[in-house]
Design a protein around this ligand. Structure first.
Ligand code: DAH
Length: 377
């Protein structure tokens, strides 16, 4: 290398070159130097240095060769020096450009390799959610009633007092309205109203009977709202499934048999059901259904020998209200009370889910703590 660097700095005469053959071999030597240097070019920086060493105007090899060999050459050597120089120039230019292109292609390849997606790496595992326990219990209860011929009906969560109260035989100053003192909507001036958030799913009984003729067998799942302060058993929003069966000759026995079937399907074949007299304005007679205590097996005594804290020793747990549809209600929907009979019930989903899964605070349903939710995949 040093030779070729130094040789172009000297004149042909000083190098002892006097014939065309000598010119040929001198240029062959230079070309060899060039080719071997080209082999050391590995990146952009070394490429630039290489290019400048050969082509820089001031002190590049070509400038030196031109100044020291070509220009002062004797007339008989000038032609062969010129021709050899041209040839070398072509070679150098094309090699330097080829080198540049291959470096650029490499750089691209390297960048692509860096960005390459490694398909063998394990993927990002995103946890898959599951239906909320309330939704699961809804589904379970719906499936039980589907199996005996019920289907789902739905109605609005924003109701009129007519559907929520009056048509269910709860006139304006009836004392049961106190229990359901509720959320009325603030409406723009002049809008027809009043409107409220429904306090139970019972209004959909009315909406369903208005639209359809018996036989009717529906369940009505949904959200309901009450002005309750949140505590372990109260929430201003909770869930119900209403049931309604109306036909030409439905008896009290059909009613209790249906409920007993439901209780056994939901809690297990060993669980017994019973009913006690109660009062609802839209049923007559009205009852409250109980199940034998699912915690102590109905004995009233816990495993420890103490009184069962869940049923307080009674062996029974209150489930939900129900009854035979009050004839007055039929009048609101244009049914003839003499020709039809039926039963209705209103199951609190949150309460049943709590009983079935031993949950003692309704608030956990609404807190969205995944440690709770994951227990019910
Ligand atoms: N709507 C009642 C409530 O929310 C529950 C209820 C009781 C529904 C008796 C009924 C029924 O259909 O027959 O408290």
């Amino acid at each position: 290398m040093s030779t070729s660097e130094s040789k172009p700095s000297q004149s042909l005469a000083a190098l002892g070159v006097h014939s065309a053959e000598q010119v040929q071999s001198l240029f062959a030597e230079v070309r060899q130097q060039f080719d071997s240097q080209a082999g050391n070019v590995t990146d952009e920086n070394s490429w630039k240095a290489f290019r400048d060493a050969w082509l820089a105007r001031k002190s590049g090899v070509f400038t030196l060769v031109t100044d020291n060999w070509l220009k002062p050459a004797s007339p008989d050597l000038k032609r062969s020096v010129g021709a050899a120089l041209n040839e070398l120039r072509k070679h150098v230019d094309s090699e330097i450009e080829a080198k540049r292109l291959s470096l650029a292609a490499n750089a691209e390849g390297n960048a692509a390799a860096k960005d390459r997606v490694d398909l063998s790496l394990p993927g990002v595992i995103r946890p898959v959610g599951s239906p909320h326990l309330i939704r699961q219990v809804f589904q379970e209860i719906e499936d039980i009633f589907f199996s005996i011929g019920f289907s789902v009906a739905e109605g609005p969560e924003i109701e009129t007092p007519y559907y929520n109260f009056e048509a269910l035989n709860i006139p304006e100053h009836h004392p049961v309205r106190d229990d359901m003192d509720t959320f009325y909507l603030e409406l723009p001036k002049g809008a027809p109203g009043p409107l409220l958030l429904r306090t139970h799913t019972s209004p959909v009984q009315i909406r369903t009977m208005e639209k359809r003729r018996p036989p009717i067998r529906v369940i009505i799942p949904g959200k309901v709202y009450r002005r309750d302060n949140p505590d372990a058993t109260h929430s201003f929003m909770f869930h119900q499934i209403e049931g309604l069966a109306v036909d030409s000759s439905i008896t009290f026995c059909d009613f209790t048999g249906t409920i007993d079937y439901f209780v056994k399907q939901f809690f297990g074949g060993n669980v017994k059901s019973r009913f006690r007299p109660s009062y609802f304005p839209f049923t007559e007679p009205s009852v409250e259904f109980d199940a034998s205590c699912v915690f102590c097996g109905g004995s009233g005594t816990a495993g420890s020998g103490n009184t069962c804290s869940k049923c307080k020793g009674s062996g029974w747990i209150e489930l939900f209200g129900a009854g035979m549809v009050d004839p007055t209600v039929y009048k609101f929907v244009g049914y003839d009370p003499k020709k039809v009979s039926g039963f209705a019930f209103g199951i609190g989903i949150d309460r049943l889910a709590m009983l079935k899964h031993g949950i003692d605070d309704i608030q956990v349903f609404f807190q969205n703590d995944v440690r709770f939710l994951r227990q019910f995949p």
